[in-house]
Design a protein around this ligand. Structure first.
Ligand code: GRF
Length: 187
């Protein structure tokens, strides 16, 4: 049985989809969800599933030692970022080499990098007149959105799309694909 830790800063719809997917799995389980924001929606979604969440401070994030010991105590095999908005610190990357993955709401390398998150991505895709967008699941390195790509899937951008309608289509794709990709990686 493999143990997953999810890092999330926001609403947590991906974290919830992943936690539900692995609820009765004999391959993996979500052991803990960590967040840098106490008020993030992810806490309620995850606690409702009986999974603990932990909020850490800016200093704890920079120092890493409390986070690393929490991960070790929970015997974590894979770190899954799901809407997590902090840069990953080098000690964490070194401790979990090729065992940290992220999901990005565009077809990387397009619309990735610093400042490209949430509605900024979808606004840029729509402004550029793209006919297609999608999701990218990739390994995490020190370069923002720059690690090796594991999986991509696309969806149309419709002529009347707003950032909200495109985000909602992308979210559906994410919820359908992220848990599956995680399972394949852990098998
Ligand atoms: C997702 O679109 C993901 O691709 C991006 O942040 C968003 C998080 O959404 N990294 P949620 O918090 O899982 O609802």
């Amino acid at each position: 049985m493999k143990n997953i830790a999810i890092f999330a800063s926001g609403d947590g719809s991906n974290a919830e989809a992943i936690a539900k997917y692995f609820k009765n799995s004999d391959i993996a389980c979500v052991k803990i969800v960590l967040s840098n924001r106490q008020k993030a929606g992810v806490h309620d979604r995850i606690k409702a599933l009986g999974i603990p969440t932990l909020t850490f401070s800016k200093d704890e994030w920079k120092d890493c030692s409390k986070i690393l010991s929490t991960l070790q105590k929970n015997d974590i095999d894979l770190i899954v970022l799901a809407g997590f908005l902090c840069m990953i610190e080098t000690p964490l990357i070194n401790a979990f080499k090729a065992r940290i993955i992220n999901i990005h709401p565009s077809l990387l390398p397009k619309y990735g990098g610093p400042g490209m998150w949430g509605h900024h991505v979808h606004d840029a895709v729509i402004s550029a007149g793209e006919k297609e967008s999608g999701i990218t699941i990739h390994y995490v390195t020190e370069e923002v959105d720059g690690g090796e790509i594991i999986f991509q899937d696309s969806c149309p951008v419709k002529p009347d799309d707003t950032a909200e309608t495109l985000a909602s289509r992308i979210h559906s794709l994410e919820h359908a694909q992220y848990p599956n990709v995680i399972e394949q990686l852990l098998r």
